[in-house]
Design a protein around this ligand. Structure first.
Ligand SMILES: Nc1nc2c(c(=O)[nH]1)N[C@H]1C(S)=C(S)[C@@H](COP(=O)(O)OP(=O)(O)OC[C@H]3O[C@@H](n4cnc5c(=O)[nH]c(N)nc54)[C@H](O)[C@@H]3O)O[C@H]1N2
Ligand SMILES: Nc1nc2c(c(=O)[nH]1)N[C@H]1C(S)=C(S)[C@@H](COP(=O)(O)OP(=O)(O)OC[C@H]3O[C@@H](n4cnc5c(=O)[nH]c(N)nc54)[C@H](O)[C@@H]3O)O[C@H]1N2
Ligand SMILES: [Mo]
Length: 726
């Protein structure tokens, strides 16, 4: 038995290998709260593996994409498939230009900084003349675009807000919009050695912080924190914030000095809140009618917030609604009214608990990575406008105040992400996916992503190659040593792109004549140059990991608070922009689909991150499978709703709307509010002949519309559905 330690997005583990087969996965001793997601790897590494290069039968017969998603595949050798890929890339490049190659390839891939799938793809595509890329993330695209206008550099606000250590002992009241579900803290992109969130939350509680959970789901804050639960209709937080602001202003509880010295544009927002510009005063009673929260509760909460040392936390999920820019903007207005931004334990932070790193003491380290060439095409689309782009070549779209044209995509190359898990309205995506001439992907497993491609190249998993892993705002750098031989004929990302680059006569440009080992040494040495006190490469590789010392606690915006002239924000005027001539001010806008316009038998479907896996990865693994009901993803429904529909816990149900349908296993509970359904994302999309997903992927029914013309982010959570027996 060999034990090899390696890193995943969900923690540091020992991989037990017997006769070149992974037989057990145990967490590293140093992790105080390890994640069970790791156990998925034992079976997940082998089940449904792509074992050889494979080409879709209809593609070989020239079916022009018609059979994508339904066809079978023909196994090929690497020697046959590499020239096929190289020739097709060269054909598209010469007939249509490099902009016709879509290499956006969004997705989480695996930990490891060298074989990182998208980095390898982007470097390779830049070597052959470039590609159309994507910008912003599914996670919080709306925030990425609005925050630079409002509060400047958004990175810290989203990923390194004031640390838990400043909350314990300083924060009287923590108001959590979207809660801070502990299931999500299992993850940090890039990996961590220690899960700190549960302990940090409990320490804050012990030191006297009171928690408020504003969410459609009671479980979004752990029971130990004894949070007061304000069940809110999804997508209406902006209205609640406006109601709170109205109460604070009309009771004269707002901090005029802060608004005067650190903000611009308060007067315009104030007039909107009080109803002077549109005749509608955004009173608590008004907000109550929209949010479903009692008028008196809104008034009490507003006074509590103004009378306490208050931290406002807003989960990233609020951005994944139509008009998802607004709650973040309005949340900043609310925090500005309280005037506590930049002081220890108070102000605003976006997404405590969303990933393990959020709320840690963070000093962002500079790590080495695979270097990139500039992309000669220099063009990208907002990440979740992919189906829109494929359907509308030459069409226009508006984004962040400007108009853009969609390119005409002829070839898609996808690695390290699963669009047939992550994109909205998958039936539309499947139709749009018929359009390009060719779709290539490197995949580990035969998931819906692989099944919708023409050419599938088998990728080795992180256990089957050497790499160096770590996240710059976490605590460890790990020598990710190969634990088993590549399964089947799979190859590492670097080997795959090296072979294609060589076939296209750009091998030396792509590899710089360096081996995997030489690249790893370079990645490591860049890291060591930027982080004093690290050993030399050979010692590091032998020792297997380097733990960084913990940086001091941080208070977000403390320097701006101390002297806004000396330390201005990166906004146009250096101050917090509550409103401006260019961008206006935050407003309440009703989404197209929400409980406010639902029919009696409609529900709002919330599709959240899964507790038992990372997105769709290792869906076939044991932790993920153990949580299913009769092979389907569990769907949470309120007890009253289930009684009304005559449905029982454990039953199989069908969830549907005009866009599609999926099956799920019913879980009846009082944790979710009436009118709302809660389901995890990530079940492998498996449509039957009618397009009903048999496994329970909610993106069978979610709407594929941009958040707004500001960010064009995904709006997965603004979604109405009905439920019946299948
Ligand atoms: N309805 C709804 N949809 C959502 C969301 C939601 O809240 N609701 N959330 C959205 C969010 S925030 C996100 S981030 C996305 C996540 O969406 P994705 O990041 O696309 O999801 P993953 O399942 O992590 O996809 C990673 C894929 O990469 C493959 N892979 C892993 N390592 C490697 C490698 O080394 N090489 C190659 N070639 N492949 C590899 C895995 O097999 C897997 O198929 O989903 C979004 N979709
Ligand atoms: N275990 C695990 N952890 C993960 C991931 C994973 O796949 N698995 N994915 C990671 C990724 S990529 C990301 S981006 C983050 C995402 O982190 P979040 O965006 O925080 O994730 P969600 O789980 O979608 O949403 C959190 C909660 O918000 C609530 N909510 C939804 N809509 C509303 C609303 O309109 N108003 C209010 N007040 N509440 C609402 C829901 O009840 C939900 O449980 O999670 C990360 N963590
Ligand atoms: Mo995400």
């Amino acid at each position: 038995m060999n034990i090899t330690r390696s890193l995943t997005h969900w923690g540091l583990y020992d991989f037990h290998v017997d006769d070149d087969r992974l037989v057990d996965v145990t967490p590293a001793d140093c992790d105080p709260d390890p994640s069970d997601i790791g156990r998925n790897l034992i079976e997940g590494t082998y089940k449904k593996r792509v074992l050889t290069p494979a080409v879709r039968r209809g593609y070989l017969n020239g079916d022009q994409g018609k059979g994508r998603g339904t066809d079978d595949f023909v196994d090929m050798s690497w020697d046959e498939v590499i020239p096929m890929v190289a020739d097709e890339l060269m054909r598209v490049r010469s007939e249509h230009g490099n902009a016709a190659i879509y290499g956006g390839s969004y997705g989480w891939a695996s930990a490891g900084r060298f074989h990182h799938a998208q980095s390898q793809l982007h470097r390779f595509l830049s070597c052959i003349g470039g590609y159309t890329g994507s910008r912003n993330a599914y996670s919080f695209a709306a925030a990425e675009v609005i925050l630079p206008h409002v509060i400047g550099n958004y990175e810290n606000l989203l990923k390194a807000p004031s640390s838990w250590q400043t909350i314990a002992g300083n924060t009287g009241l923590m108001v959590c919009f979207g809660g801070m579900p502990i299931r999500n803290s299992q993850i940090t992109n890039g990996g961590m050695a220690k899960h700190i969130q549960r302990d940090a939350m409990q320490q804050a509680k012990t030191s006297g912080t009171r928690f408020i959970n504003i969410s459609p789901h009671k479980g979004d804050v752990i029971d130990e924190l004894e949070a007061d639960w304000y069940a809110i209709r999804p997508g209406t937080d902006t209205a609640l914030m406006l109601g709170l602001a109205h109460e604070i202003i009309s009771e004269d509880l707002h901090d005029k000095d802060f608004l005067e010295n650190y903000c611009t544009g308060f007067d315009e927002v104030r007039r909107y809140i009080l109803g002077e510009t549109d005749g509608v005063a955004k009173t608590p009673a008004w907000a109550s009618g929209i949010t479903g929260i009692k008028d008196s509760d809104i008034r009490d909460l507003a006074r509590d917030m103004a009378g306490s040392r208050t931290m406002i936390s807003i989960s990233w999920s609020l951005t994944r609604h139509q008009f998802g820019e607004q709650p973040y903007w309005m949340g900043i207005v609310l925090a500005a009214l309280l005037g506590q931004i930049g002081q220890p334990g108070t102000g605003i932070g976006l997404g405590y608990g969303v990933e393990n790193k959020v709320g840690k003491n963070v000093q962002k380290k500079r790590f080495g990575h695979l270097p990139q060439f500039p992309n000669p095409v220099g063009q990208s689309i907002p990440v979740s406008r992919i189906a829109d782009m494929l359907e509308n070549p030459g069409g226009t779209y508006r984004y962040d105040g400007k108009d853009y044209l969609y390119p005409d995509i002829r070839l898609i190359y996808w690695v390290g992400g699963n669009p047939f898990h992550h994109h909205q309205d998958l039936n539309r995506l499947r139709r749009a996916w018929q359009k390009p001439d060719t779709i290539i992907c490197n995949e580990i497993t035969w998931n819906a992503n692989a099944l919708h491609a023409d050419i599938v190249l088998p990728a080795a998993s992180f256990l089957e190659r050497n790499d160096i892993g770590g996240a710059p705002n976490e605590d460890v750098l790990v020598a990710m040593k190969k634990a088993i031989a590549p399964v089947g004929e799979s190859r590492s990302e670097f080997d795959i792109f090296t072979a294609i680059a060589e076939a296209m006569q750009v091998g030396d440009l792509f590899t710089e004549s360096k081996t995997e080992r030489q690249w790893l040494q370079e990645v490591y040495e860049t890291t060591a140059e930027n982080n004093p006190g690290m050993p030399d490469f050979e010692t590091f590789w032998r020792q297997g990991e380097h733990h960084f010392s913990e940086p001091p606690a941080q208070t977000l915006f403390d320097r701006f608070r101390a002297d806004p002239n000396e330390h201005p924000l990166t906004t146009p005027g250096g101050l917090i922009t509550l409103s401006s001539k260019d961008i206006g001010h935050p407003t309440w806008q009703a989404p197209d689909e929400w409980l406010g316009n639902a029919d009696n038998d409609e529900f709002q479907l919330i599709s959240h991150q899964p507790a038992t896996r990372l997105h769709s990865q290792h869906y076939r693994g044991e932790t993920s499978q153990a949580a299913l009901i009769d092979g389907c993803e569990p769907l949470q429904m309120n007890t009253r709703d289930a009684q009304k529909l005559g449905l029982a816990d454990g039953e199989k149900v069908k969830v549907y709307n005009q866009r599609g349908a999926f099956l799920a296993g019913l879980r009846v509970t009082d944790q979710v509010m009436p009118g709302v359904l809660h389901i995890a994302t990530g079940a492998w999309w498996q449509p039957d002949a009618d397009g009903t997903c048999q496994a329970g992927n909610p993106n069978a029914v979610t709407p594929d519309i941009g958040t707004s013309e500001i960010a064009q982010g995904p709006s997965a959570l603004s979604c109405l559905v009905r439920v019946c027996r299948p």
